[in-house]
Design a protein around this ligand. Structure first.
Ligand SMILES: Cc1cc2nc3c(=O)[nH]c(=O)nc-3n(C[C@H](O)[C@H](O)[C@H](O)COP(=O)(O)OP(=O)(O)OC[C@H]3O[C@@H](n4cnc5c(N)ncnc54)[C@H](O)[C@@H]3O)c2cc1C
Length: 474
């Protein structure tokens, strides 16, 4: 955990912890905007970022490339970069981050209770900004081929070697499906867009891009009803079967990649039976207002918005929720404000990029380096555990994971090292390493692969694995 749930005021007699003024759950545009406003109001907010349940820290924009409609960025900005900036702004003004999932909520009493990593945090007020998660089709063998051809994030996984020059398919007819189909033409030889109905639901501009792209074939009135392995060891997706929802004939397409873009479900599992939800599971609030059905509990962003679902609308509702929480806490006499030590917090500056190592700047004892040169040198010469993370520039989960891995290496004070490989620039290395998606992390010792992880994992997993190599007898 990055921050402990140290609350304010008198401790709860049963739990022994003091209540927070405000806990924000979720770190998308809604959560971070709420945090910026609440921190600037000296409410000392605690933000639970989310980790694996309900998406990733930073939210849905971590899974996209260019965001071209968020005001203030005339040339557009990469989704993960936009979210890194929101996070920095929230932290700069004093938001405390807890890098974990909220596992349970008890809204039956005040202060409200939140379960996180086995602990209970109590809070006078709450902002629920848990957003929405990508839907799955739920077809047979979906789990078998998940990350072995099937993905819910073309932007994260499109650069994977297995997809290069292969036929690929995208399911869906909205903006995300069209964006993903166009994006995948960078990698695949042909992209099939599978649409259940007779028209695209995407915006006119997106639909035009699809129609104008000769590498995309749209299959109307089709749905994916089956998946099959490719010949050989059968470990990778090789074909999909398309059925006709109106009862026509089926057909098989030889694709190595199947990408889902079939909408999202609001992350309200924690709130079921405690707050008013609509039939689709969205939190119900009064139109244009953040108040939920319980006093002191506010909703922000996609979790309460089945209609607009944009970064800017989520950010705007995060602002409203924080202002409403501040007013309510003040009116109830519950706000215990914490003035900042510095009236004007220090600028955090621009993020520093790791340079690619070469013969001139390679450092045999550096904790973290980048590129094939550093990997080859460390693989052959180092006798310390070596963490290799395979990422791609647009991979949002990689943005979440890399700082975690750097923290692990810092905590180990040089007893292990790390190298980052961009699978777009170092395709051969990624292929040789058998990388099937990003992020992938491999742990080596003395040229031997000891362990491999796919996706974002807790820091403790990496620490334990490296510790076991450093202390084999303990
Ligand atoms: C592929 C794609 C492209 C998009 N492109 C654009 C675009 O160009 N412009 C635009 O304006 N919008 C775009 N959107 C929409 C935009 O991303 C969303 O509207 C916006 O991110 C919603 O913000 P949010 O803060 O409400 O929720 P989200 O971004 O969904 O964030 C939810 C947060 O809650 C966390 N969370 C969930 N459950 C828990 C839990 N139990 N405990 C703790 N945390 C939890 C998640 O980890 C996440 O951090 C795009 C969406 C997608 C999927």
């Amino acid at each position: 955990m990055a921050a402990s749930g140290t609350g304010l005021g008198a401790p709860d007699p049963n739990l022994g912890v003091a209540p927070e003024n405000l806990v924000i759950i979720g770190s998308g545009p809604a959560g971070y905007t709420a945090a910026i406003y609440a921190a600037r109001a000296n409410l000392n907010p605690l933000l639970i970022t989310g980790f694996q349940v309900g998406g990733i820290a930073g939210g849905q924009l971590m899974t996209t490339t260019h965001v071209e409609n968020f005001p203030g960025f005339p040339d557009g900005i990469l989704g993960p970069e936009l979210m890194d900036r929101m996070k920095s702004q929230a932290v700069r003004w004093g938001t405390r981050l807890l890098e974990a999932d909220a596992e349970g909520l008890d809204l039956s009493q005040r202060p409200y209770r939140i379960r996180v990593e086995g602990q209970t945090i109590i809070s006078q007020s709450l902002i629920l900004a848990t957003g929405a998660s990508a839907n799955r089709l739920g077809i047979a063998d979906e789990d078998r081929f998940w990350s072995r051809g099937i993905s819910a994030c073309a932007i994260c996984d499109g650069a994977t070697p297995q997809f290069r020059n292969a036929q690929l398919a995208v399911v869906g007819g909205g903006d995300s499906a069209c964006e993903e189909a166009v994006y995948l033409t960078k990698y695949g030889s042909k992209v099939h867009l599978i649409v259940r109905g007779a028209r695209l639901r995407a915006s006119a501009a997106m639909a035009d891009r699809v129609r104008a792209n000769p590498a995309i074939t749209v299959h109307w009135h089709r749905q994916v009803i089956g998946v099959a392995p490719e010949p050989g060891d059968g470990n990778w997706l090789g074909a999909i079967t398309l059925g006709d929802p109106t009862g026509g004939s089926s057909e098989t397409l030889p694709v190595r990649g199947l990408f889902y873009a079939i909408g999202h479900t609001p992350n309200t599992q924690l709130m079921r039976d405690q707050l008013a939800l609509d039939p689709r599971g969205y939190l119900i609030t009064r139109a244009g207002h953040p108040e939920t059905s319980l006093e002191g509990v506010y909703a922000a962003g996609d979790v309460a918005d089945a209609e607009w679902r944009q970064g800017i609308t989520a950010a705007a509702s995060g602002c409203q929720a924080a202002l409403a929480a501040e007013r309510w806490l003040s009116a109830q006499g519950l706000a215990l404000t914490v003035p900042r030590a510095e009236v004007e917090p220090k600028s955090l500056g621009e993020p520093v990029q790791t340079p690619v190592s070469d013969g001139d700047n390679y450092d045999p004892v550096a904790l973290w380096q980048k590129g094939g040169y550093a990997l080859r040198k460390l693989y052959h010469d180092s006798n310390r555990p070596l963490l290799v993370v395979y990422s791609s520039p647009s991979c949002g989960p990689c943005h979440v994971l890399k700082p975690q891995l750097k923290r692990v290496l810092k905590e180990l004070e040089g007893r292990a090292q790390g190298v980052e490989i961009d699978i777009e620039t170092d395709q051969d290395i990624a292929e040789q390493a058998g990388v099937t998606g990003t992020p992938t992390v491999q742990l080596f010792l003395n040229k031997e692969l000891k362990q491999q992880w796919k996706g974002v994992k807790q820091r403790s997993e990496f620490l334990q694995a490296i510790d076991a190599l450093l202390n084999p007898s303990s």
